[in-house]
Write a protein of this length. Sequence first.
Length: 191
Amino acid sequence: MNTRRATLLQGLSASLGLFASHRVCAQSDDMRAPPPPQLRGWLNTPRLVGQHRLTYWGFEVYDASLWADAAFTPEAWAKQVLVLDLRYLRAFKGRDIAQRAIDEIAGQHALSTAQAQQWLAALQALIPDVRTGERLTGIYLPNKGLQLRHQDRDVGDLRDTELAERFFGIWLAPQTSQRELRQQLLRGAQA
């Protein structure tokens, strides 16, 4: 690949953050990973609800897996403890992931400028840079917020329950820009 094309593609991939805005490829058997260790502390009867590999223009972005208790129902996702595990297949800056999250949240429901700035600051303070192969794991706790882990180590939590729900809504809300990804993450709940 020539240097100019590689530079262009690298710049494009930096803007992907949480996920791209168009293409999601089918799940692959080689993405199956063991459950995150923290499941034991949060879920009574953990089960893999669904998983999917996200790609954009042929670039693999991350493998996502959603874990919940056996009684999980997709219609009431925001009322249940959930664990969303993202294993990144490319490196990203935490600030870029945070900005992409705010863009996705605002795309679902409008945000005031003040709220967008406040939430962006909170996410930028929480989300670390990730390297290829590293994991970010979010534990959603209804009416409490969310906890974020990087490589199975606590990095912090959000006590803002609205931001926590809207953040998980990036993947699970019906208004998500990534309907195929949502469908695959919720696939096991429909079986």
